[in-house]
Design a protein around this ligand. Structure first.
Ligand code: DGY
Length: 725
């Protein structure tokens, strides 16, 4: 396996994303989009600040400070802060809201992502002193906003706060709100006159909420202003009171982040601790519908859960409030045809609503499309619960959607087409966040790479050296070893999550048994393997196992890079010879071809192991060799009798995974770095295309490749060296 520093393909898009934020910057905050949303929005600013944190600390801080300057005396952070110089293009504006004391804000709030954003700003900050001062300013304000929620929005001290307007959920016309807003008895004659402005900016009506929904939004605003924004009276009279799963999950996560901020500042965090406990317990117990096996919002007015299946139900993963069992159920639902299963054809990451429902609408606002912020939060949650492969897959979709279809407000889950406003700020900001985190991860690649290329192994760590190795039946040991690997695989390899439970494996009797058999390789003569299939199966399996064995024995915690020369260090003794992982890969399986960027062949001229090298390179082996990292192919067990089919299937799986991203609109493809490092094995650029064409499932993508072979630009993806555990 090999490391490289060549992933720079995303740079031009980061530039575009920064340009969007620059264009939407007003001098003190960033508009969500150029025309449709001309003021400052509450949770938009949180996500926008997360993007700025990677390259402009001051703007990140300013974004949040500017919003909180308009915090109400009761602690509520308003949903919109109006820009007096931009009035007249949006509805409803201050004249309609009539917020107390003539405030230029709306009279409702939004999901509180700000503690999370502030902690992120601090963590990314180059100027830590400045960031700490910023946290000092923000801590009491954030605390006051959380106190507001638990004091005014949770009158029964349930640990769950209510929202009182669909706009507070952030998911305005989610199908989950159909029943509760449908219950509002409208008297059209009594409804204040108003004019929608959201349809004046070029976004087609089919992508926005309907007039009937707007009437109900207006009804609620009118109710609040008639009640003078008195929360007790609103609680008494409001027909829309929901303990929203998304809102409460974000608040729960924000409690955790606020606690960490308090810790950094040495503040008293006892009250925050209490919120974390009660809010996570309440989410896990009260918002879980065991019959339906999902999290659901609770409709206080109806006294029942809302059973509609939207992506909001996955948010307890972000909160860290779901139990392991609940998380597993959520993962299975996410990874189903309703919400875009892993490697499902024609599908980009999680849509906002169950795709199998009749009223699923891929174009309409919160009634079907993919939203970047919700996906960003869910992918973080999945990662925290260990569902790394799915989380990474989602992140790659989040990155590729704006690249392919533009920095839109929302996207079609089937076609990727962008809808709503273009030049959308949080799409740009979260794109910057994801790409920057990959670059950060990549930064240490170069020194690591150099060390590796010029390293001469002084002391190999021979892993299969038990003191005594009984038995000497050569044929027997090969097949037993394979059976034992198969046993380990069945028990400890989770193909669903693409990971291995290294700790449990090390403690198991199966592993002890494996060590015993591996030790017998010392008495095995690999020259006995006669056919090419037998050789391939034996050495691929051995390579894959030595890697797992190495990770376990060297106590690697998060990446094989913790051991500088991992692949050159770990070795097995097979018969008279020792073989490092590198020697198996390059010396045997790659027919003693030079490792990439290395002037020397693996086995020198008179090395007796040369006789064991395969004759010629089958590039499909690159889809079969694992390397203890997330970007390598998943582990499978190979057997000589089915070698060809198995290698074909490994190639098919890899080429149809997120390691190959085809961007017809950009005339570009992003490929795993495996294709770059081993270009020669594949026979150069044209043959790489042949491989792609041979294995791609999607007819449309194959057709595009076929017709554009000479014009397509290839760029390479980042390589994730984190451990696949
Ligand atoms: C809108 O105006 O569509 C916003 O979503 C309200 O926050």
């Amino acid at each position: 396996m090999f490391g490289d520093y060549s992933t720079r393909g995303f740079k031009e898009y980061v530039k575009v994303a920064k340009g969007i934020l620059e264009d939407n910057w007003t001098g003190s905050y960033t508009k969500p989009s150029p025309a449709l949303y001309p003021h400052q929005w509450n949770w938009d600013s949180g996500f926008i600040a997360i993007g700025y944190a990677h390259y402009d600390q001051k703007k990140a801080q300013q974004e949040i400070l500017s919003l909180f300057e308009h915090q109400w005396p009761n602690g509520m952070v308003p949903q919109i802060v109006f820009n007096p110089r931009a009035l007249g293009n949006y509805f409803p504006e201050p004249d309609f809201w009539q917020a107390p004391d003539g405030r230029l804000t709306s009279g409702i709030t939004m999901p509180p992502v700000h503690a999370t954003a502030c902690l992120h700003i601090y963590r990314k900050a180059k100027d830590k002193m400045l960031a700490k001062d910023f946290l000092k300013t923000m801590f009491p304000r954030l605390l006051a906003s959380h106190q507001y929620f638990y004091r005014d929005r949770d009158p029964d001290h349930s640990g769950l706060v209510y929202i009182r307007h669909p706009w507070e959920s952030g998911l305005d016309n989610s199908p989950a709100w159909d029943a509760p807003i449908g219950r509002i008895k409208l008297n059209k004659k009594k409804l204040p006159r108003y004019e929608r402005k959201d349809l004046m900016h070029g976004v087609p009506a089919e992508q926005r909420p309907g007039d009937d929904e707007y009437d109900r939004y207006v009804y609620l605003v009118d109710l609040f202003r008639r009640l003078g924004y008195n929360e007790k009276e609103i609680y008494r009279d409001c027909p829309f009171l929901i303990q929203d799963i998304l809102f409460n999950s974000i608040l729960c996560r924000a409690n955790r982040d606020l606690k960490d901020i308090g810790g950094i500042l040495d503040e008293d965090i006892a009250q925050i601790h209490g919120w974390i406990e009660t809010s996570s317990k309440a989410i896990s117990q009260e918002l879980w519908c065991s019959g339906c096996r999902k999290f659901e919002s609770f409709d206080l007015a109806a006294g029942d859960h809302i059973h509609t299946a939207t992506s909001a139900s996955f948010m307890p993963l972000f909160a860290g409030a779901a139990s392991e069992d609940q998380a597993e159920i959520l993962y299975n639902t996410i990874n189903s045809l309703s919400f875009c299963a892993l490697h499902q054809g024609n599908c980009f990451t999680i849509p906002n609503y169950d795709m199998t429902k009749k009223d699923f609408d891929p174009k309409n606002y919160w009634r079907g499309p993919v939203w970047i912020n919700v996906n960003w939060m869910i992918s973080q949650g999945l990662k925290n619960y260990g569902y790394q492969e799915k989380a990474d897959d989602m992140k790659q979709d989040i990155i590729q959607l704006p690249i392919r279809f533009g920095f839109h407000e929302y996207f079609d889950s089937h076609t990727g087409k962008g809808y709503g406003s273009s030049g959308f700020s949080w799409t740009a900001a979260l794109f910057i966040n994801l790409v920057s985190e990959y670059y950060d991860k990549d930064k240490n690649s170069l020194p690591w790479l150099k060390q590796r290329v010029f390293y001469k192994t002084k002391k190999k760590k021979i892993l299969n050296k038990l003191s005594e190795s009984r038995g000497n039946s050569s044929e027997d040991v090969s097949s037993r070893l394979m059976t034992s690997i198969g046993d380990l695989k069945d028990k400890f390899y989770d193909l669903n999550r693409g990971r291995i439970d290294y700790a449990a494996m090390k403690a198991s009797s199966k592993y002890v048994r494996y060590l015993e058999i591996a030790a017998r390789l010392q008495a095995f003569d690999p020259a006995l393997l006669s056919t090419s299939s037998q050789k391939k199966a034996f050495w691929i399996n051995l390579y894959n196992t030595i890697i797992v064995h190495g990770v376990v024995e060297l106590g690697i915690v998060s990446s094989v890079r913790e051991v500088p020369h991992f692949f050159a260090d770990i070795a097995y003794q097979v018969g008279k010879f020792t073989f490092t992982a590198d020697e198996i890969e390059h010396g045997i399986l790659r027919a003693n071809a030079r490792p990439p960027y290395n002037p020397f062949h693996m086995f020198k001229k008179n090395d007796p192991r040369r006789k064991l090298s395969l004759q010629g390179i089958d590039p499909r082996i690159h889809f079969a060799l694992v390397c203890g990292s997330r970007s390598c192919p998943p582990i499978r067990f190979y057997d000589a009798d089915h070698m060809d089919e198995q290698l074909d299937s490994a190639a098919g799986n890899f080429i149809n995974s997120s390691e190959v991203i085809i961007l017809p609109e950009q005339n570009k493809i992003f490929l795993s770095q495996i294709f770059d490092w081993y270009k020669k094995d594949f026979g150069g650029r044209d043959n790489i295309f042949d491989y792609l064409l041979k294995y791609l499932n999607e007819d449309k993508e194959s057709e595009y490749l076929r017709q554009n072979i000479d014009r397509i630009k290839i760029e390479y993806l980042f390589y994730d060296w984190n451990l696949n555990h």
